[in-house]
Design a protein around this ligand. Structure first.
Ligand code: TRP
Length: 337
């Protein structure tokens, strides 16, 4: 049998997961585990590129690990970036194969550097933020990943990764790195229920995202107060708020309820309360399951942490192998451990 292709993805440790993250990315990670060898990395080094709280970094990292496990990510596929120092070692080497000109054209840097400046109030933008895409390239190349599941916002970073890999291969005269391909899967854009003009996001404030572990009464309240129709939508078009509720229903696997409510909508007889109720039921069912699973995991906190440390050690072996090869190919002193 052909070995399974490898998928790599990274996620920043910002603590909890909301339905925008879940339907937009994480649910897909869980699905990909069926067909691919996966490495899902909690990228704490990336989290240091913006102003952050050192006391919270480790806490957020473990929180995210438990949250990912609770929604179905397998422990053997999870690792923590800073426990695999080879990522930063490869990042340095890859820096020397990265075009400075290309790096200055990264749009995410432009967005984030203005955010960083505002957050500090002192105009500080770290060189780490500038170099962020090269560390991301190292994350991907170090496992010689075939595919990276991405949305539009990461396209440019993956293109840069391919450029770095290609340059490396040309320079060392060997097709060493696989050029990783994007895996475009159905990435759903969930909007804020409080302001459906905007993406569901943590940074907008508590009303603008629904935690996947939310307890039922609060979750229902949030859905009940969702903005439906502000009267600004042109006649004959569905308002973004209503569209968002239909999307949540469909994403939750409630196709039947979705279709029948859609019939009502088309007939002009849809009552928004019924739509909201159906969405609240669907989300509550999922959240209740996630919460129960998380409680089980939290009851075995120590064992779970050990398990993640062990899988990180296992995954690290692959990274060590790559760095060994890369050192050989680039003419560095290569000590075999
Ligand atoms: N930059 C990614 C994001 O913000 C996170 C990330 C870091 C990543 N390393 C990665 C994503 C490697 C995919 C592959 O979403």
């Amino acid at each position: 049998m052909e070995p399974r292709k490898r998928v790599l993805s990274g996620i920043q440790p910002t603590g909890h997961i909301h339905y925008g993250n879940y339907f937009g990315a994480v649910k897909n990670w869980v699905k990909l585990q069926e067909d691919y060898d996966c490495v899902y990395c909690v990228v704490d080094y990336h989290a240091m590129t913006m102003p952050y709280n050192p006391k919270k970094l480790v806490e957020n990292t473990w929180d995210l690990i438990f949250n990912l496990l609770a929604v179905g990510v397998r422990p053997e596929y999870l690792c923590i970036q800073s426990l695999i120092p080879e990522h930063t070692e490869l990042c340095w080497i890859m820096n020397c194969f990265t075009s400075y000109g290309l790096l200055t054209r990264m749009t995410q840097f432009k967005d984030k550097s203005s955010q960083s400046q505002e957050a500090n109030g002192e105009g500080f933008v770290s060189a780490g933020l500038f170099d962020y895409p090269v560390l991301q390239a190292a994350d991907i190349l170090i496992y010689r990943a075939d595919f990276v599941p991405i949305g539009k916002d990461q396209e440019q970073h993956l293109e840069l990764t391919r450029n770095i890999a290609q340059r490396f291969n040309n320079q060392v005269g060997k097709e060493y790195f696989v050029l990783p391909a994007p895996l475009y899967t159905e990435a759903l854009k969930v909007r804020s229920t409080a302001d459906p003009e905007r993406k569901m996001s943590k940074s907008l404030g508590p009303k603008h995202h629904i935690n996947v572990f939310e307890e039922e009464s609060r979750l229902r309240k949030q859905v009940r107060s969702a903005v439906t129709d502000t009267g600004d939508t042109p006649a004959g078009e569905m308002s973004p708020g209503v569209e968002n509720l239909f999307l949540l229903l469909k994403a939750s696997g409630k196709a039947e309820a979705h279709d029948s409510l859609m019939e009502d909508y088309k007939a002009g007889s849809l009552q928004y309360v019924s739509l909201k109720e159906a969405v609240a039921d669907a989300l509550a069912e999922q959240s209740n399951g996630f919460r129960a699973r998380k409680a089980e995991l939290m009851a075995n906190k120590k064992e779970i942490k050990e398990q993640i440390r062990a899988s990180t050690v296992e995954i690290r072996k692959l990274a060590q192998e790559t760095v060994r090869d890369v050192k050989e190919l680039t003419g560095l002193l290569n000590v075999r451990f």
